[in-house]
Design a protein around this ligand. Structure first.
Ligand code: HEM
Length: 383
């Protein structure tokens, strides 16, 4: 009996220590849940999702979970977590995107999982950087036709201009269907016209960049005018500043999030992220980290000089097109289409902005952010 109490105390102490260690081991990241069960933080998050992520990072640290509509989204914002997101075998792209794909194009899970990898490989091959230039002629021809609708001069919201041009883009869908029937499974996104909009707005609000682009164009394509020019692969390679402007725009207006599903418990910093969580990474905020991109909020196309674009490599930590096995297969086609669009608009029209460059809206989490308000331009066809 004398020994009973000390022994019990030691045993209970050990059990408590073990539980504490286990709790520490399996402790999840700080969780923002709100007070309404199941709904969680949906209302707060929905008001301005992009802003919510950054405020949560400042308040809770480099990793945190947001609980919304019964789902857990765990955001990683710094090096260790980002490395896990990009390289761990315990996270899965297909499981994360299957539900949104089912919602947008009604492809059932079994068909998606059976076909996805094959489709991706086909798309990647056909839209790859090396195969792309056979789209050149058709793209240029069609963009010429669309631009004719603009008339000789006018004033318009730049966003409407790019959007209506892309909404009447049955021609591009037909072109894709003809060359890439696989893309039928995917709904075309607004990312391309949005990036075309932002690139034109950034260039026009930086007169020195606009001036250099015009000088480059004259030296490569001859004096700008209303002629129906052809643009060769070689011309595009010489007009590098336009490509840098597009990439710098994509850096500044990158998608709000990319996502992976956690399939086994993962240790990140001192936390364990459980299976079933959606692991989220925000290219938009990552591109604003001054350690990766000095003066991150400035439009500096010349920073792209360092990227080995000849070898099809972007700058380190540029994640607007995702990463890994299923990185965006349409990235080179997107760059080509936007590059031709910008060349033709500047070649044919003298344009200037009537409004200051708008800020991006914080409402769009998936895909490229939209402008907060209108941005009008005045354009006049060159002689
Ligand atoms: C500036 C324009 C674009 C941006 C910013 C963009 C961005 C992205 C991102 C972030 C992903 C997810 C990758 C990941 O999580 O690792 C993705 C996937 C994808 N993108 Fe793009 N994209 C653009 C244009 C295009 C175009 C023009 C096409 C096709 C014509 C395209 C087709 C796809 C497809 C099919 C996927 C899904 C890949 C899969 O299911 O495996 N994208 N894109």
């Amino acid at each position: 009996m004398e020994l009973f109490f000390p022994t019990m105390s030691i045993i209970l102490g050990c059990v408590a220590l073990l539980l504490l260690l286990q709790w520490k081991n399996f402790r999840g990241p700080p969780c923002i849940g709100g007070w309404i069960p199941w709904i969680g933080a949906a209302f707060e998050f929905g008001k301005a999702p992009l802003e919510f992520i950054e405020k949560a990072r400042i308040k809770y640290g480099p990793i945190f979970t947001v609980f919304i509509m019964g789902k857990r989204m765990t955001f990683v914002t710094e090096e260790v977590g980002i490395d896990v997101f990009l390289r761990s075998k315990k996270v899965d792209f297909e499981l994360a995107v299957q539900t949104p794909i089912y919602r947008t194009v009604s492809v059932p899970g079994n068909i998606f999982f059976a076909l996805h990898e094959k489709l991706y490989i086909m798309m990647k091959g056909k839209m790859g950087a090396l195969n792309l230039y056979h789209f050149n002629e058709q793209l240029t021809e069609e963009l010429h036709r669309q631009l004719e609708k603009l008339g000789s001069h006018g004033t318009t919201d730049l966003n409407n201009l790019v959007r209506s041009w892309s909404q009447s883009k049955k021609w591009l869908l037909a072109l894709l269907e003809e060359n890439l029937p696989e893309t039928r499974l995917y709904k075309p996104t607004k990312d391309n016209p949005m990036i075309a909009f932002w690139t034109l707005a950034f260039i026009l609000s930086h007169p020195e960049v606009h001036k250099t682009i015009m000088e480059d164009m004259v030296s490569v394509l001859g004096p700008a005018g209303k002629e129906k020019i052809k643009i060769s692969e070689d011309d595009l390679k010489k007009l590098m500043l336009i490509k840098w402007c597009i990439l710098e725009t994509i850096r500044l207006r990158a998608p709000g999030v990319i996502t992976r599903m956690v399939v086994e418990p993962i240790r990140i910093l001192n936390y364990t992220v459980p299976p079933g969580d959606l692991l989220m990474l925000s290219p938009f905020w990552l591109h604003r980290n001054p350690e990766y991109f000095p003066e991150p909020d400035s439009f500096k196309p010349e920073r792209w000089k360092k990227a080995n674009l000849e070898k099809h490599a972007f700058l380190d930590n540029f994640l607007a097109f995702g990463y890994g096995k299923y990185q965006c297969p349409g990235r080179w086609l997107a760059l080509l289409e936007i590059q031709i669009c910008i060349i033709l608009i500047f070649y044919k029209y003298d344009c200037h902005l009537l409004d200051p460059l708008p800020k991006q809206s914080f409402l769009h989490l998936v895909g490229v952010p939209h402008p907060e308000r209108q941005c009008r331009i005045e354009y006049r066809q060159r002689k």
